[in-house]
Design a protein around this ligand. Structure first.
Ligand code: AHG
Ligand code: MN
Ligand code: MN
Length: 335
């Protein structure tokens, strides 16, 4: 029988592996688990209470804001700002920086997050999620600034996500392995269920919204047609799986292997997904699990953001599959 370990106990056990770790970092991760449990409680009631549906507002990215997006954003801000570990936060659902109120203590970390990913799936009971990343501040003291948030993913000290689905799982890494914890609702605890997740070097599943095929450039079309061609020797055709919730598509890719793609196209050259709080945290997770994440030409973790909500094309998953995608996208693949 697998040992029963709560996420809080696991975080404390692993704390000594982080150079210069203080209890502050562990408490920060524990607070994130608490915020996830509160969001889960509302997500699991969605439909029973008046929390689904839209607020009628749109966020800075132009996405319609669902009530659960707003609720989740408030929960993360409320829980995380009180811990005293952060100097600033940034969220998909907040236009500018989220400052720590003057009366609250500030810490040396920065939190970036997508409080609710896959909003369009809330009303139809399809898995949704949350994504988070943690940086150390780069400014010396006082309130955090944009400089503290606009850091390349390479600087992350922790990242992870939650999938609120058939079961609810929280996956995170602090750089030493990627670990998954499944929520046991009967005791309200995240219990260790996937220790040291490693992504297969190559998979046989591709994940992309083919509805946009006609908008893609020729190299992207060539790559997808390559994956769909019959060739036993290279495990083709790949299967297509697309949930429409990034964290759900990513979690399947992490466990089964393959590649998730949200490319740029003729209408949206930078794609739809945001660099700082969607692509970079998942790129950090996948790399710590032995995978790779790219915008087609550059490792996602090496991209220095210039604005909070900037978008990036995203190709993420098994190392061999992502490298093959890069070859096609750069016009270097022989058919
Ligand atoms: P969010 O709900 O946080 O705005 O994210 C939605 C994103 C992502 O979850 C998913 O991969 C993508 O939107 C799906 O976009 P399409 O409907 O264009 O395929
Ligand atoms: Mn999202
Ligand atoms: Mn979102």
């Amino acid at each position: 029988m697998q040992r029963i370990v709560t996420i809080e106990r696991f975080i404390i056990e692993k704390e000594h592996e982080i150079p210069g770790a203080t209890g502050e970092f562990s408490k920060l991760l524990t607070d994130i688990a608490l915020a996830a449990k509160i969001v889960w409680r509302e997500v699991s009631k969605a439909g029973l209470v008046d929390i689904i549906g839209s607020t009628g507002k749109v966020n800075v990215s132009g996405d319609v804001v669902q009530k659960l997006d707003e609720f989740a954003n408030e929960i993360f801000i409320n829980v995380m700002q009180k811990g005293g570990h952060l100097c600033v936060m940034a969220s998909e659902e907040s236009k500018g920086l989220i400052e720590i109120p003057d009366e609250l203590a500030k810490g040396k970390y920065v939190l970036v997050f997508d409080p609710l990913d896959g909003s369009s799936n809330i009303d139809v009971n399809v898995s949704i999620g949350s994504i988070f990343g943690i940086f150390r501040r780069v400014t010396q003291s006082g309130k955090g600034t944009e400089e503290d948030v606009l850091q390349p993913g390479r600087n992350l000290v922790a990242a992870g996500y939650v999938v609120y689905g058939s079961s609810t799982i929280l996956v995170y890494t602090t750089g030493n392995g990627v670990h998954g914890f499944t929520l046991d609702p009967s005791i309200g605890e995240f219990l260790l269920s996937h220790e040291n997740i490693r992504i297969p070097k190559k998979g046989d599943i591709y994940s992309v919204n083919e509805g946009y095929y006609e908008r893609w450039d020729e190299n992207m079309k060539k790559f997808i047609n390559y994956l769909k061609a019959e060739d036993k020797a290279t495990g083709r055709p790949y299967k297509l799986r697309y949930v429409g919730t990034l964290v759900a598509d990513f979690h399947r890719t992490l466990l089964y292997g393959g590649i998730f793609m949200y490319p740029g196209d003729s209408k949206n050259p930078e794609g739809k997904l945001r660099l700082i709080y969607e692509a970079a945290p998942l790129a950090y997770v996948v790399e710590k699990a032995g995978g790779r994440a790219s915008n087609g030409f550059q490792n996602i973790l090496d991209i220095k953001p210039t604005s909070l909500h900037q978008r990036t094309p995203l190709f993420i998953g098994s190392e061999e599959d992502v490298k093959l995608a890069e070859k096609f996208l750069q016009g270097k693949a022989e058919d």
